[in-house]
Design a protein around this ligand. Structure first.
Ligand code: AMP
Ligand code: GLY
Length: 425
């Protein structure tokens, strides 16, 4: 099969490597990919929101199946567009993609189906904000309704801050929507639960915990994710049952009632307290960097899983996992998530030799004058498999030290919570 892969992050490099392992794969074309994918696939530089151009290229390269990594093309309807043109696609349709694309859409389903989530109010004017403030204690979480590239959520400790952020959103701070959601603040431990879903079935696709803050001790601004580990031990069998029964099943029923089914990866973002899971968000794709810790643990052929799902035959496949644990640390450009320089050489990268349990995924990289250079905020993801999270982290840090990239920084405390728990047991 010729497979088209949309996206350019660490997630897509991890998907690309796993797709390449399959006997079913003939050729992989990445739209647009990164320096890592360019070594194992064909990169085509294209705007992933230019659907007509993507269709033209899919036809030229005789692509049999398109896998969509990031949320934006999904939310804007790339799946629907390609399917209408008789192309096989893995990734949810535009309607289902609203689970991530509109927090109001997601919250309305929660209200209708009594899915456990933070108390909330969908607001379109400042009067709604005042009303909610009277009913809910501080802190209050303000969320832009539409896609906001990870910048749409603010935890507000004062009434003034809540009103200030809300006015900015009403005034069009985020182009995707002028509505916002106010939520009660949930206390607990965050974890992510992944599924692969077709129109009749769903299957478990791993758990993970990521670290969103930029600096050690979970300090500093929010980022796309500075590192992750899998599995997430807080998701025990009891919690998993509750996630499926109270959150996943009613959501899939809600979509079916509208005659819209789901196809693709589903990322359930949770807050867990005393074994009670609350839905914080849905993402309609794999997480980044969660994908980079989940895929190395996968035993089953990924292309078989994707192909069966896209053909609504997920039932016929048994997904198997390695027992080993995994962790990834994100090597970022200094300054990220604020301003940072691009085009900085990463000299040692081509010299790094890895054993089979280690993985080096490119994210914001490109090749310029035959040299690897940085091309984004999150630049490389170093993943390792093992039996003990502390040992895994040491291994990753030793690789980062070999890369010795002067323009980079990373968090040395990824997995602190689980490592401390392990130490106390
Ligand atoms: P979201 O985009 O909805 O995932 O929110 C981004 C981050 O904000 C989450 O990963 C949480 O860390 C935090 N967050 C969102 N909603 C809440 C909430 N209701 N209570 C506490 N923290 C939240
Ligand atoms: N790491 C969080 C996300 O992919 O949304």
């Amino acid at each position: 099969m010729n497979i088209g892969l949309i996206g350019s992050g660490g997630r897509e490099h991890a998907l690309c490597k796993k797709i390449l392992e399959s006997k079913l794969t003939n050729r992989i074309i990445c739209f647009p990919g990164n320096a890592g994918t360019s070594k194992i696939a064909t990169n085509i530089d294209v705007d992933i929101l230019n659907f007509k151009e993507i269709l033209r290229l899919v036809r030229i390269y005789k692509i049999d199946l398109v896998v969509i990594g990031p949320e934006e093309p999904l939310v804007k309807g790339l799946t629907d567009f390609l399917k209408k043109n008789k192309i096989k696609v893995f990734g949810p349709n535009k309607y289902a993609a609203q689970l991530e694309g509109s927090k109001a859409f997601m919250k309305k389903i929660c209200a209708k189906y009594k899915i456990p989530t933070a108390k909330f109010k969908i607001c379109s004017k400042i009067k709604d904000v005042h009303n909610f403030l009277r009913k809910c204690d501080l802190p209050i979480v303000v969320k832009a309704d539409g896609l906001a590239a990870g910048k749409g959520v603010t935890i507000c400790k004062t009434v003034k801050q809540t009103l200030n952020i809300s006015s900015k959103i009403f005034n069009g701070k985020f182009k995707s929507s002028k509505k916002l959601i106010l939520e009660e603040f949930l206390d607990g431990e965050e974890a992510s639960y992944f599924l692969v879903v077709d129109n009749k079935n769903y299957k478990f696709f791993g758990t993970a915990q990521d670290h969103k803050r930029a600096y050690v001790n979970d300090k500093g601004p929010n980022t796309g994710g500075m590192g992750a580990y899998s599995p997430a031990p807080i998701i025990n069998k009891l919690v998993e049952k509750k996630i499926i029964e109270r959150i996943v099943k009613p959501t899939l029923i809600a979509l079916k009632k509208k005659r819209k089914s789901y196809n693709g990866f589903l990322y359930v973002g949770l807050m867990i307290k005393n074994n009670e899971p609350y839905l914080i968000e849905y993402n309609i794709r794999m997480g980044d960097p969660e994908c980079q810790v989940i895929l190395p643990r996968l035993k089953t052929d990924l292309v078989k899983i994707i192909e069966n799902t896209a053909s609504n035959k997920l039932k016929d496949i048994n997904i198997k996992w390695k027992k080993e644990k995994s962790m990834t640390i994100v090597l970022c450009s200094k300054g990220y998530p604020g301003n940072y320089r691009k085009n900085c050489k990463i000299n040692n990268l081509s010299k790094i030799k890895l054993s089979k349990k280690n993985f080096l995924y490119h994210a914001g990289t490109k090749i310029k004058n035959k040299q690897y250079v940085s091309n984004g905020g999150r630049v490389l993801n170093i993943t390792s498999l093992g039996t003990n999270f502390l040992e895994i982290r040491k291994e990753i840090i030793s690789i980062i030290k070999k890369i010795n990239w002067k323009n980079g920084f990373y968090r040395k405390d990824i997995g602190w919570r689980i490592i401390n728990k392990d130490a106390n047991n």
